[in-house]
Write a protein that binds this ligand. Structure first.
Ligand code: NAD
Length: 470
């Protein structure tokens, strides 16, 4: 039985252990093991998205005003692509591996089998309500793991639509949706899973990791961070850099874990960079009210509380607002650029997760390493440079989940490169084949035949001096 609240039907708490039991039985019966079954479910998931693309656009728009093109680029498109890629690559990904071994061991058939970890759960945030639940799910399906997904209650239209579409496309004996708040998630986490995949805040990530740890369950944590942008401003096309940075910042209204969070730029180039940002802003939002123009396609801020948090940050800054800064009610905030931000400013305390871009002027590159190194390890460091040596400096002196040169956000198009954090920004990674590996156990296999005793007999007691000469 379920009960209705707001836009979303919450899963009844007593339903959750029943789902877990149903999926566990399916796993034990081997339902999800055949590759043909997995392939079918991957394509069903692609169909779910393709057949309902318009309804998905509408639901995400209702949740936080995300423009249709951004939904196609960052939600429906990647999910369908990943489903197809996984369906096509599955035979290859799941094939047993024969490791290179010592010639003595070659006859022992050493093999690594790729087996499903078991019954898993995926808990997601609101800011990419489909991608951040369904991309991990693609890996779980491909790996042969039954899975319960738990979308966010803060994107209720998207979560409700997904739950309604689910039984029409997916095998509910292997894949289920739980909708709800932290109450449902807590019930979910009381149960013993074989892997927990979480995307969200560090605060909840700690709760999830602790709950998983109680069962000795492995987990993947995809958390937030302040991802810096460092500009080698004397050596690059500053206009193009400004355009690419502003594009990454305005996407999703800046509400992305890998949004460019703050910019480090040589002091003497700060004003030229701001002029280039202004040009980019005018070309993106040509209307009179810029990002707040009714025709502009800037996502809104999720809730009045989220809006108030961003406004408080702006009120607390000692930097100067040089672009944007205006709000429309409590729903929208314009792209806002703040210059001369000090490292102990209100804007530098936590992940911004909104359309505000602080610029911190620096005097040398060592300062950039220090500023980044003094903070929690970010998900991404964006560096704008054409100099190999400049890049090498970042590889050597900094740590981050990813290092990306000369663009923002679009690194995610390269599915072959793993995406994930380090320490405070999380652990584990995914995308493409890496997602399959996240839900796969590499089961070691060796067969030491009786014939091997010709060589091995020397190991049996009583131990002889001859054995030491081996
Ligand atoms: P959140 O941590 O508040 O919520 C994420 C999920 O956890 C939701 O499904 C929610 O229902 C559940 N949850 C909330 N409180 C809980 C509790 N006490 N116990 C158990 N479950 C609970 O995150 P959010 O606000 O939805 O998303 C924003 C955060 O997520 C930002 O910090 C952002 O950087 C991060 N994020 C990270 C990535 C990444 O890939 N690394 C991607 C997107 C967002």
């Amino acid at each position: 039985m379920s009960y209705q609240t707001g836009k979303m039907t919450l899963t009844a708490l007593d339903e959750i252990p029943k789902l877990h039991a149903r999926l566990t039985k399916s796993f034990n019966d081997g339902l999800t093991l055949p590759l043909s079954y997995r392939r079918n479910q991957l394509l069903q998931l692609a169909h779910l998205i393709q057949d309902n693309a318009e309804a998905i656009n509408d639901a995400i728009f209702a949740d936080f005003g995300k423009p249709k093109l951004e939904v196609t680029l960052t939600e429906t498109g990647p999910v369908v692509d990943n489903c197809i890629q996984a369906a096509e690559s599955l035979t290859d990904w799941a094939a047993p591996e024969k490791p290179q071994v010592n010639p003595l061991h070659a006859a022992w058939d050493p093999t690594v089998y790729k087996v499903p970890k078991g019954v898993v759960t995926i808990i997601g945030p609101w800011n990419f309500p489909y991608t951040l639940i369904l991309l991990p799910l693609v890996g779980a399906i491909a790996a042969g793991c039954p899975c319960v997904i738990k979308p966010s209650e803060y994107s209720p239209h998207s979560s409700q639509l997904l739950a309604e579409l689910w039984p029409r496309y997916m095998d509910v004996n292997a894949y289920a949706v739980v909708n709800g708040t932290e109450v449902q998630t807590t019930r979910l986490l009381d149960l013993k899973w074989d892997h927990v995949f979480f995307t969200g805040s560090a605060r909840v990530g700690k709760i999830v990791a602790t709950a998983a740890g109680k069962h000795l369950t492995s987990s993947t944590l995809e958390l937030g961070s302040k991802s810096p942008v460092v500009i080698d401003a004397d050596n690059i096309d500053l206009k193009l850099a400004a355009k690419r940075i502003l594009w990454g910042k305005q996407l999703n209204g800046g509400q992305i874990c890998i949004s460019p969070d703050y910019v480090l730029i040589p002091r003497h180039k700060q004003d030229e960079f701001i002029a280039a940002l202004r040009d980019a802003y005018k070309s993106f939002f040509p209307g009179e009210a810029g990002g707040l123009d009714p025709q502009s396609q800037l996502s809104r801020i999720l809730t009045p509380a989220h809006h108030a948090r961003l406004r408080a940050m702006l009120e607390g800054t000692r930097g100067s607002i040089v672009l944007g800064g205006k709000s429309e009610g409590t729903a929208r905030l314009d792209i806002t650029v703040v210059k001369d931000v000090a490292i102990d400013d209100a804007l530098m305390e936590e992940e911004i997760f909104g359309p505000i871009l602080p610029i911190v002027p620096i005097d040398n590159i060592t300062e950039a390493y220090k500023i980044i190194g003094a903070r929690p390890v970010p998900l991404v460091i964006y560096v704008f440079t054409d100099r190999e040596q400049f890049k090498d400096g970042f590889l050597e002196h900094t740590r981050s989940g990813q290092l990306v040169l000369n663009d923002t956000f679009f690194q995610l198009a390269v599915q072959e490169v793993p995406f994930g954090g380090l320490n405070d920004s999380g652990y584990g990674s995914y995308l493409g084949k890496h997602t399959f590996e996240t839900f796969t156990h590499r089961r070691g296999y060796v067969n030491i035949p009786a014939a091997a005793d010709e060589v091995l007999q020397i190991r049996y007691p009583p131990y002889s001096e001859q054995a030491y000469q081996l």
